[in-house]
Design a protein around this ligand. Structure first.
Ligand SMILES: Cc1cc2nc3c(=O)[nH]c(=O)nc-3n(C[C@H](O)[C@H](O)[C@H](O)COP(=O)(O)OP(=O)(O)OC[C@H]3O[C@@H](n4cnc5c(N)ncnc54)[C@H](O)[C@@H]3O)c2cc1C
Length: 345
């Protein structure tokens, strides 16, 4: 991969060349893009490898997660909703010389029989088998000129709380609208710097949180009656992840935070926000002329909406405007005076 001031050129392994204005490396924890750019990936990886895969299992209640954890190994089976499959994760098997063996259905069954000791449960029909290692690492930068890193390419974290994929999706959600605006000439290049500014601290926070939740859940397994739910906290919902420190958060209550859901006429605000546009919410009669002017000026960029029923959710008293970004975070929260026009807001 090479880049200059104008474009990125990527040479594929089959020799084809692609050029584009920007490139995003979403190529996983072993990211070739990250390595090609020489970006650091600081942190640590557990020595122990785990086995994982999807299997069928007879004789287990699909209403529960099942896990059996001993001093010398573990088997965990989780029903995958909407299928007849289970995700299986386990410690691994070793050969007589102590060397790790590759995952296999027979190996899974032997580990199940040894750790679960539940007679009559047969594992079958694996759709895939693999291994993974718990790591906590993140890239030193998420933007290098015209190239970005997102998802596991940018950060890998312990699985506790199930935040890996979810955090990667939020990376893409944060970056996507910014790239779209810059590519369409509606925003300057500097907007793209806010991707690293906003998402790298979130990645660091996620690494810390998941490391701590992993420790708590491993300790919990030593206590009778403690279940998987111990891993969950208000933080693991990630609903409170916001960018209050961001240069894109302009004053007022909740700037940078997630825009909360609330009723809005015959819809919910989450439905109003969906679709990749900004949303300008107006509270009180004084917001009306600004909503009308913004709707006329930026019909493709901004949808406008009176949202008086959402006053409590947004902490609004009096007449106000709240601008919500395409990724559903609050860009601006400001009061509005009678007779105001958008240029003054
Ligand atoms: C056992 C386990 C359980 C998990 N459970 C959860 C969970 O409950 N919730 C959750 O949110 N997350 C979970 N995760 C984490 C989640 O799987 C990852 O965070 C997520 O898959 C990362 O997505 P990604 O698109 O960034 O990278 P990946 O899913 O790794 O995708 C990268 C893609 O790039 C391709 N690629 C790589 N290099 C190249 C190349 N040079 N050329 C072409 N293609 C390439 C790869 O083949 C792959 O398809 C779990 C992970 C594991 C291992």
């Amino acid at each position: 991969m090479a880049q200059d001031g104008e474009r990125v050129t990527v040479t594929l392994t089959d020799g084809r060349r692609l050029t584009a204005a920007y490139a995003v490396g979403c190529d996983g924890g072993h990211s070739a893009v990250r390595k090609a750019l020489g970006v650091s990936f600081e942190g640590s990886s557990a020595e122990e490898v785990m086995w994982c895969g999807d299997v069928e299992a007879d004789g287990l209640d699909r209403g529960y997660w099942h896990q059996w954890i001993d001093e010398d190994g573990a088997v965990l089976l989780w029903p995958i909703p909407g299928t007849t499959s289970w995700q299986l994760q386990s410690s691994l098997e070793r050969d007589a010389g102590g060397r790790p063996l590759p995952p296999s259905l027979a190996g899974f069954q032997r580990l199940f029989d040894r750790h679960a000791r539940v007679p009559g449960v047969r594992l079958a029909s694996p759709t895939w088998l693999s291994t993974y290692r718990v790591s906590a690492r993140m890239a030193g930068r998420f933007r290098m000129g015209r190239v970005f890193l997102a998802g596991d390419a940018a950060h890998v974290q312990p699985i506790a709380g199930g935040l890996g994929m979810n955090t990667g999706i939020q990376d893409a959600f944060n970056l996507g609208w910014k790239l779209a605006l810059v590519a369409r000439g509606r925003a300057g290049e500097a907007l793209l710097d806010t991707y690293d500014e906003e998402r790298r601290p979130v990645a660091a926070w996620t690494l810390k949180l998941t490391g701590e939740r992993l420790r708590v859940s491993l300790e919990g397994t030593r206590t009778a009656g403690v279940g998987t739910e111990i891993v969950l906290t208000e933080d693991t919902t990630t609903l409170r992840v916001g960018y209050g420190w961001s240069s894109l958060a302009w004053g007022g209550t909740g700037a940078g935070e997630r825009a909360p859901d609330a009723p809005c006429g015959d819809a919910r605000l989450y439905e109003v926000f969906a679709g990749g546009h900004f949303t300008l919410l107006g509270f009180g009669a004084a917001s009306e002329p600004v909503l009308a002017e913004v709707a006329a000026l930026f019909p493709e960029l901004v949808r406008t909406r009176r949202a008086d029923a959402a006053r409590a959710a947004y902490g609004v008293e009096g007449d106000a405007l709240v601008l919500v970004r395409p990724d559903h975070h609050i860009a601006l929260h400001t009061g509005v005076e009678r007779g105001a026009r958008s240029s003054t807001a």
